[in-house]
Design a protein around this ligand. Structure first.
Ligand code: SAH
Length: 461
């Protein structure tokens, strides 16, 4: 098979990036815009030894799970990879993805899976959006999303995953830029001022109860101030629920969206949101789960797996603003949280106070440094350890220290089932047993899946 060949194939799976995967002549082809079950005619674009990339020419037989995407830019936008697949089928795919990774990478022949926790409505769930600001070919100011695997901005402000109010906010920002001749940042030259607009909203706003909700707008700029910012503030404040307007200073030539410095323009530097019985304060730089409706279910599952009676010492590694820690603190003797971002720990401590929780303590630092140090110097103890690392999973030293501390239970919350499977395999060789696995939908219409896992100490070893 070579470039420009036209082949017919059946799509059997999705890649980690959400490309359809099919086989022809013993070779693997990745095809964008296809859905598992489609039979399609495709044109080979690039060929390597055993695999290649192809472009969809036409669908010969559509998958029974194919639906028309409600979003008009679903194909070009890099955000939703599998919106053209019926939601039920998305859930089956995600369950299967977790199972496959646990089998292939983790070596668990029959993983103890619970059914995936899906959403009732897979739209309007995201509480956070970061819109790049740019100009289109005709020089018009636009806000939108990056096209898949590029930095070309697609002019589209009403992402169906996000809050409706995003569009109003972006209109105001773009009007302001137009009126005062403020330039968008140009990645190629490093010139221009406005890079991104980051918007975060509380759960009420997602439910379109703006008046009782809270909205944060953070304009990321390549400079130290925004011309006529008072006028921008005035316009934004007319939106019910507006709570926090800030600038974020990012003067680096980087594709990291946010810089480190926040400047308050109006209101307060944070918004608040409630999950379950707990109220959280969220700063612009802190991590906060993007799907609040599902977060409650995710944390509920983590709490269930932790099996707390009120007597336990619990460690929550990668704790962010202390969300899981505070959930656990309701049922534990004491919870210790560890997180690398100082602002997040600041939020975590405030969140404990806000909720009158006195049995949670937080440490700033890398989990791979804090945990070994606490173990070696203080010989700390844990009955339960909860980890919720970023996609790359836990550092080896975190896993090794957990195996030395030997808690009765380990609850692993993961946004990447491949690194999860790798880490679970390691924990099993160190005397733990995989007890329960529960995939949880946090990112409907994308191919990402969150998973909560319970491991327990194997006392016979
Ligand atoms: N449990 C939290 C946050 C999970 S996201 C919640 O559910 O909201 C992962 C968190 O790990 C982020 O807050 C990130 O800042 C933090 N992090 C990343 N690398 C880390 C490290 N090496 N040590 C400690 N925390 C880290």
């Amino acid at each position: 098979m070579k470039k420009d060949d036209i082949v017919t194939l059946k799509i059997e799976d999705f890649s980690t990036e959400g490309l359809g995967i099919g086989h022809s002549e013993g070779l693997t082809l990745f095809v964008k815009d296809t859905v598992i079950g489609d039979v399609a005619e495709v044109k080979v674009m690039k060929m390597k030894k055993t695999y290649g990339y192809a472009r969809l020419l036409r669908i010969l037989t559509p998958s029974p799970d194919r639906v028309e995407a409600p979003c008009p830019v679903a194909r070009s936008c890099g955000g939703c990879q599998i919106q053209e697949m019926r939601y039920e089928a998305q859930l089956r795919f995600k369950e299967q993805k977790v199972r496959n990774n646990l089998q292939r990478i983790g070596g668990f022949t029959d993983p103890p899976m619970e059914p995936i926790i899906g959403m009732d409505n897979p739209f309007r769930y995201r509480n956070k959006a970061q819109f790049p600001i740019s100009r289109d070919k005709n020089g018009k100011l636009i806000a939108g999303f990056y096209a898949g695997r590029t930095h070309t901005v697609i002019d589209y402000q009403d992402c169906l995953l996000g809050a409706k109010v995003n569009q109003t906010i972006l209109d105001i920002v773009l009007n302001h830029m137009e009126k005062y001749h403020i330039q968008p940042y140009d990645e190629a030259t490093g010139r221009g001022l406005v890079r991104h607009v980051m918007i975060r909203v509380s759960s009420e706003v997602l439910r379109e109860e703006n008046a009782s909700g809270q909205i944060m707008v953070c304009v990321v700029i390549n400079g130290s101030s925004l011309p006529e910012s008072g006028r921008l503030v005035q316009a934004l404040c007319a939106i019910p629920g507006m709570t926090s307007i800030t600038l974020n200073i990012n003067r680096e030539r980087t594709n990291v969206i946010m810089g480190r410095q926040i400047k308050l323009l109006w209101g307060q530097e944070f918004i608040e949101d409630t999950i379950g019985k707990i109220r959280f304060r969220i700063s612009p730089l802190s991590f906060y789960q993007v799907n609040p409706r599902q977060t409650e279910k995710l944390y509920g599952k983590a709490l269930e797996y932790a099996g707390l009676t009120g007597q336990e010492t619990v460690w929550d590694l990668y704790c962010g603003i202390g969300t899981i820690s505070l959930f656990l603190a309701q049922k534990a003797r004491v919870v210790y949280g560890v997180e690398i971002v100082p602002d997040a720990i600041c939020d975590a401590r405030q969140n404990a106070q806000l909720n009158h929780i006195t049995n949670a303590e937080f440490f700033v630092g890398k989990a791979e440094e804090v945990l070994p140090e606490k173990y070696e110097k203080e010989g700390i103890h844990a009955d339960v350890i909860v980890v919720d690392p970023p996609r790359k999973g836990c550092e080896q030293s975190v896993l090794d220290t957990m195996l030395k501390i030997r808690p009765e239970r380990i609850v692993y919350v993961s946004c990447d089932s491949a690194t999860l499977a790798r880490d679970l395999k390691y924990l099993c060789t160190g005397g733990y047993e995989l007890k329960k696995v529960c995939p949880t939908e946090m990112f409907a219409n994308s191919c990402h899946v969150e998973t909560v896992v319970l491991m327990s100490r194997n006392d016979t070893q």
